[in-house]
Design a binder for this molecule. Structure first.
Ligand code: PEP
Length: 248
């Protein structure tokens, strides 16, 4: 049985004060749950949010990590620095990093490896654009995104990693993939991992992301290969996000 994971992702939203208020409400409101809950917050607020989450079971994550260990890489934040700030997770290859900031399958694989070297759990984001879906290229895109990481890090790396399927057309659009559409891709991803290691495929958590809301979370999380969610917009509201956390 895989443990569920619900991960909030604040994106580039809110002030320090708003972030602290949100983290405090989550820490106070979550209660005792079986599933793991985490929040991925902007780098500059990591330490403050860590303090606000103290005493709760909510883990901390970053929204990206450098593809190099250290050195002259202005503006980047290394995996070792994330460890210093108390992070357990780091997103890698979010579609916005891929489309606006030039992340490639290879640079995403390097970020993934850097996270693992410091025992940060990378959350590998994969997913197709609307155009790719309409051209029946969804599985090809997923294959390329997964294969680059498997080649660089090895299949065993997925013992200590999470995968998030985020169809680009569903992120921030209010247009959620149907339960069946999401399940179909999650099952495909698990089967691709199983071709290399059935044991790892059975264990790896695959999250769904893309307009998860309190009213659609339960049905999505009930699908056999969906192990939780990566929640953007809806994680900015403590009440709604807690509802999503309790939808597992
Ligand atoms: C995201 O930003 O990764 C995301 C899934 O956002 P939303 O939940 O708002 O679609």
């Amino acid at each position: 049985m895989r443990q569920s994971l619900i991960m909030g992702h604040w994106n580039m939203n809110g002030s320090r004060e708003e972030g602290l208020k949100l983290a405090t409400s989550l820490a106070e409101g979550l209660g005792s749950v079986q599933q793991e809950v985490a929040v991925c917050v902007p780098f500059v607020y990591l330490s403050d949010v860590l303090d606000a989450l103290k005493g709760s079971s909510i883990a901390l994550g970053a929204q990206n990590v450098a593809d190099q260990a250290s050195g002259a890489y202005t503006g980047e934040v290394s995996a070792a620095m994330l460890v210093d700030c108390g992070c357990k997770y780091a997103l890698v290859g979010h579609s916005e990093r891929r489309s606006y900031y030039g992340d490639t399958n290879q640079s995403v694989a390097s970020r993934f490896c850097q996270a693992l070297k410091q025992n940060i759990i990378p959350v590998l984001c994969v997913g197709e654009t609307l155009e790719e879906r309409e051209q029946n290229k969804t599985f090809k895109v997923i294959d390329e995104q997964l294969d680059a990481v498997i080649e660089a890090a090895g299949i065993e790396s997925f013992e200590k990693a999470v995968i998030a399927y985020e169809p680009v057309w569903a992120i921030g659009t209010g247009k959620t993939a149907s339960d069946e559409q999401a399940q179909e891709v999650h099952q495909y991803i698990r089967q691709r991992i199983a071709e290399r290691s059935p044991a790892i495929a059975e264990k790896v958590q695959i999250l769904y992301g893309g307009s998860v809301k309190p009213d659609n979370a339960k049905a999505l999380f009930a699908m056999p290969d969906i192990d939780g969610g990566l929640v953007g917009g809806a994680s900015l509201d403590a009440k709604g996000f807690l509802q999503i956390c309790h939808s597992v």
